[in-house]
Design a protein around this ligand. Structure first.
Ligand SMILES: Nc1ncnc2c1ncn2[C@@H]1O[C@H](COP(=O)(O)OP(=O)(O)OP(=O)(O)O)[C@@H](O)[C@H]1O
Length: 370
């Protein structure tokens, strides 16, 4: 599966654009504000139905326009496919796969997986545990699509247990009904913890290696931090039972995998609290690359990497190593203000695009030579 073409209409700074992606690495160059990030976001939007930068879709519609539309054309073993997303203010988003309306693009079989590195995504390292939990669950779903159901089942059981806690507090139900929901929550909870642990295990060693190669010293590490210490469903059920009184006092379920975290450390200290901005950026980059390798090793699908302005952080040697990693397997799109920052960009296997004033042109090299 690979993305062949992207077509946009009234997406951010672009009135219209048609972009052909390379089979491997595509480098998008242009000045600050030219529209490079907008192009990456359009790709993300077309593949997932969501922006990587905002939850407010209205921001995606070009100023003065009403409707934006993004179409992603792909090629797979079974032929050509098309995903499209259209958004009009005040209307529900229209998501289509091969001309058929769908609820969610994430459920479309064979859709391209995408992994995106944008400055805003640093929140994954710096922000609250909930972002990291959601991220682990996305990695689980990318590694083993069928297991996405476990997280949904857990979330549903948790919502029901919380509703019951509220009813008991209001005097509308008896505390004797709690153990049944402890059992249900524990059953899905241990399955969820096992999936998360397995996902992080498949990423751990790769993360250490790639982070080292990209120049992050100090023994960088990623580890799953489950809230519960239970080894099985019975153990988690007991932990939940021990907290009945305090759950009823606080009004919600305080214990379980919905309180898990992912620890990202360097020299055994949390990068969230002690890492420099550069270290946090390298950590995020290494994590996304490690996940991509793990997914490629588990499935015959390699996520498309969308990397925004990542080169400025790296010295020449590390830029070279990153380009090597990206050229090795799958598709990637990388943006840069300066083509010189991408070693090997002149290679025959690299597709070069230049962006200027909301217009995407082919081959910046040719343009420079002209
Ligand atoms: N809805 C919109 N309609 C029209 N233009 C928009 C819209 N949203 C953003 N823009 C414009 O897009 C431009 C920014 O584009 P983008 O972030 O893609 O630039 P960039 O090439 O990645 O720049 P940098 O190198 O500085 O990160 C800005 O000029 C901004 O005004």
């Amino acid at each position: 599966m690979r993305i062949v073409r992207l077509a946009l209409r009234n997406f951010r700074s672009y009135p219209t654009a048609e972009v052909e992606l390379g089979a491997g690495l595509t480098v998008v160059s242009g000045r600050n504000g030219a529209g490079k990030t907008n192009l990456l976001d359009a790709l993300y939007f077309g593949c997932t139905g969501r922006s990587a930068r905002t939850t407010n879709d209205r921001e995606l519609v070009r100023f003065g326009e009403q409707v934006t539309r993004v179409v992603v054309m792909t090629e797979a073993d079974d032929g050509a496919h098309e995903l499209s997303v259209a958004f009009e203010s005040g209307q529900p988003k229209r998501l289509m796969a091969d001309g058929v309306r769908v609820e969610r693009l994430l459920d479309v079989p064979g859709r391209p997986l995408v992994s995106v590195f944008l400055p805003d995504r640093l929140e994954l390292v710096k922000g609250t545990p909930s972002l990291r939990r959601a991220h682990i669950d996305q990695v689980v779903a990318a590694l083993w699509p069928a297991r996405a159901a476990t997280r949904r089942a857990y979330a549903q059981a948790l919502a029901q247990r919380n509703a019951l806690v509220a009813r008991i507090r209001a005097g509308g139900a008896s505390a004797a009904s709690l153990p049944a929901w402890d059992r249900e929550l524990a059953r899905h909870g241990v399955a969820l913890m096992a999936d998360r642990a397995a996902a992080i295990e498949s990423v751990q060693t790769r993360f250490g290696t790639i982070a080292g190669e990209l120049g992050l010293d100090g023994d960088p590490a990623v580890a799953y931090r489950p809230r519960s210490r239970a080894a099985d469903a019975g153990g988690l059920e007991e932990e939940l039972a021990e907290r009945h009184a305090s759950d009823l006092e606080r009004g919600f379920t305080q214990h379980g995998p919905h309180r898990d975290d992912l620890a990202l450390t360097r020299e055994r200290r949390e990068l969230r609290a002690y890492g420099s901005q550069g270290q946090q950026r390298l950590t995020l980059l290494a994590l996304l690359l490690a996940e991509r390798e793990a997914i490629a090793a588990t499935r015959d699908a390699v996520p498309v990497m969308l990397l925004d302005d990542v080169m400025s952080e790296l010295d020449r040697e590390r830029r070279g190593r990153l380009v090597e990693l990206l050229r090795g397997v799958g598709q990637s799109v990388i943006t840069t203000t300066d083509l010189e920052h991408v070693p090997g960009a002149e290679g025959a296997d690299v597709t070069r695009l230049s962006v200027r004033d909301g217009v995407v042109g082919a081959d910046a090299q040719t343009e420079r030579a002209a």
